[in-house]
Design a protein around this ligand. Structure first.
Ligand code: FAD
Length: 464
């Protein structure tokens, strides 16, 4: 692959989404000499690196931000922040396809949250993990939503997202009790042992031992060794961050929520839980309901059971995911994995690709999303090599209709110069004592006002 800088002679590629996957793809394709136009829903770039990774992880976030600034500073990378693609949004997929770019890549992440579809899940006090995470990371408009957590919070799920939300509840909300509820057993817990350090000082170890006594016979019946599992779990509670609250963190295993129980005002008062047993399934274990139920009291419920893509983007969608080509095409076998596919016609959508969590929701950490973006860049490069030279558009030829569309809709596009100004202003602000991480403006209005006050362009004309 060529590595020369500068857009001369290359193709124009539009990337929708400036998270780790989109930025990794933009990095490779811009280095190869193509012009890359990045459209991003949020004013700021970074996606979950900016609005998902726990805000106190300053080193990780700062490192990623630095890398992204370097990519965006290239003359052949054109950033359009505050532009949302989708049905009824600023631009539709068909409009984007009409501007004459050689390829269109969706790196829009997985903006929706999976639900388990139980009665009462729209009650006051039921939340989706992503919304809560966006809230404490101050993503507009989630930053302004009220999250009434109450004293006792049940989080459905035992992955890293559960840990991050517990971290916020323990350290900043200082609630009374947080309970992670798991369908399967403690051996099937999904969180990273390093992540649990953020809250392990608050784990109620006495209650954990009692929980193991309660479920021990069922673990043994499945061939597991409860004592060893408990020891393994407790051994991970080392190097815990010092506790700063009395919050107790607990676990409920072999527990499937069947109903959210509500009071007369439709507020959460608890969960109806079905007891499960474990059944060996290959190398793994499946949960099997025992039809025995009990009430678990809590004031709020957070579903942290994974993500799904946003179907309003307007790409073919099925079961929480965008549809990719089901079988290898005559090209490289990898290509099909990244190509958008229309089941109605039975054909790939020529020149439209997917990467990162938009391709595989909830798939791993930033490093995995980055690798996916790089892998997709290889697929796009092979596609571009198959295009006839006469099919190429110039960057001006693609930007002109794009700007015309955005101007007509009066979209306030934010370019990189404006973002630099915004960053400068944010750095000068004092962080309020109760906030996590660095100071951030938490509404689009505040950000746009700051940009305009300092005279930077935040219109479609300004993005170049
Ligand atoms: C709570 C949480 C904590 C995490 N913590 C860590 C951690 O500590 N360490 C780690 O390595 N990984 C962590 N991860 C994982 C990591 O954040 C993801 O692997 C990665 O961000 C996925 O990258 P992506 O580019 O596919 O999607 P995203 O990061 O979601 O980026 C998607 C981008 O698309 C844009 N977009 C969305 N819809 C549209 C649209 N319709 N039009 C235009 N633009 C759109 C968004 O504005 C966003 O910029 C965490 C994830 C979560 C959920």
């Amino acid at each position: 692959m060529a590595t020369s800088m500068g857009g001369a002679g290359g193709h124009v590629i539009i990337v929708v989404g400036a998270g780790p996957a989109g930025m990794a793809l933009a990095n490779i394709l811009s280095k190869a000499g193509h012009d890359v136009v990045i459209l991003n829903r949020d004013i700021k770039f970074g996606g979950l690196a900016e609005y998902g990774i726990f805000p106190s992880k300053l080193k990780l976030r700062g490192g990623l931000r630095k890398t992204y600034w370097e990519i965006l500073a290239r003359p052949n990378v054109h950033y359009f922040g505050n532009v949302c693609v989708g049905r009824g949004k600023d631009l539709t997929v068909d409009e984007l396809r009409s501007v004459g770019a050689s390829a269109l890549v969706f790196a829009t992440g997985a903006q929706g949250t999976k639900t388990i579809g139980v009665e009462g899940d729209s009650a006051i006090g039921v939340y989706h993990a992503k919304d809560v995470v966006y809230h404490f990371n101050q993503l507009p408009s989630f930053s302004e939503r009220r999250f009434e957590m109450g004293r006792r919070v049940a989080i459905i799920g035992v992955g890293d997202v559960m840990v991050d939300i517990s971290h916020w509840l323990v350290r900043y909300k200082k609630v009374e009790r947080v309970t992670a509820i798991a369908r399967r057993g403690p051996a099937e817990r999904k969180y990273n042992p390093k992540e649990i350090r953020a809250v392990c000082a608050n784990v109620d170890q006495e209650a954990l031992t009692q929980e193991f006594s309660r479920i021990g016979p069922r673990l043994e019946a499945a061939g597991q060794k409860p004592d060893e599992i408990l020891k393994g779990m407790v051994d991970e509670f080392t190097k815990c961050d010092p506790a700063n609250s009395q919050t107790k963190v607990g676990f409920r295993f072999l527990a499937s929520p069947r109903r959210v129980l509500t009071d007369a005002n439709n507020r959460v008062r608890g969960l109806e839980i079905e007891e499960n047993r474990l059944e060996p399934k290959g190398q793994d274990f499946a949960a099997v309901g025992l039809k025995q139920y009990y009430e678990f009291p809590c004031d709020s419920v957070v579903f942290a059971v994974g993500d799904r893509v946003d179907e309003t983007v307007g790409l073919p969608y099925k079961n929480g995911a965008f549809v990719t080509c089901p079988a290898p095409t005559e090209n490289d076998p990898d290509d099909s994995l990244f190509q958008a596919y229309d089941e109605a016609t039975g054909k790939v959508i020529e020149g439209v690709f997917l990467t990162g969590w938009a391709r595989k929701a909830s798939e791993g950490l930033v490093g995995i999303a980055k690798r996916d973006g790089e892998w997709c860049a290889e697929v796009v490069t092979r596609f571009l090599e198959r295009q006839a030279p006469r099919d190429r558009n110039t960057i001006e030829g693609a930007l002109r209709p794009l700007r015309a569309l955005l101007n007509a809709r009066q979209v306030q596009v934010v370019d990189v110069e404006s973002l630099r100004l915004l960053e400068g202003v944010e750095k000068q602000q004092r962080t309020p004592p109760d906030s996590i991480g660095e100071f951030k403006f938490s509404t689009n209005e505040e950000m746009l006002t700051q940009i305009q006050r300092r005279g930077a362009g935040s219109t479609a004309h300004a993005a170049s």
